[in-house]
Design a protein around this ligand. Structure first.
Ligand code: RB5
Length: 145
């Protein structure tokens, strides 16, 4: 599976930790759209870039990072076909996959440790989309843009 990563300066360090860990996995191919340092940049640009990458089929999923995970989630969700969830716990990671069919998740680099982020990513990747009654709701979301 290909996973695209992107962050602003607030999520940069966490992105780098996640990139290192995911790059060691045989089953995951990682693309990194930046940013490349802790120099201040604008999260909408990086959230949009990751969202377009997933929406155009270049990666199956994405993980985005900013200081809180909030701004970059907002940015990613402006692209049609993207369902991005800001994840702060294992339960959110599981439900984002099962109920919301999230194809991108976000983390706040100032609030989530690398260990927790990697655990939440595993939960998200292994949790199954439940479909059924959630199918209609997710279709309604996709029709909004
Ligand atoms: C940048 O200082 C910060 O606002 C950004 O990383 C993010 O937390 C926005 O939601």
């Amino acid at each position: 599976m290909k996973i695209v990563l992107a962050s602003d300066h607030g999520g940069y360090r966490l992105k780098e930790e996640v990139k290192k860990a995911l790059s060691e996995r045989q089953d995951i191919d990682v693309a990194d759209l930046g940013t490349d340092s802790e120099e201040s940049v604008d999260y909408p640009i990086f959230g949009e870039a990751a969202a377009e990458y997933v929406a155009s089929g270049k990666a199956e999923r994405g993980i985005v990072f900013c200081g809180t995970g909030i701004g970059i989630t907002m940015a990613a969700n402006k692209t049609k076909g993207i369902r991005c969830a800001n994840v702060t716990s294992e339960a959110y990671a599981a439900l984002a996959a099962e109920h919301n069919h999230a194809n991108i998740i976000a983390f706040g680099g100032r609030f989530v440790s690398p260990e927790d982020a990697l655990r939440y990513i595993d939960v998200w990747l292994t949790s199954k989309w439940a479909g059924d009654r959630h199918e209609r709701r997710v279709s309604e979301l996709d029709e909004m843009l």
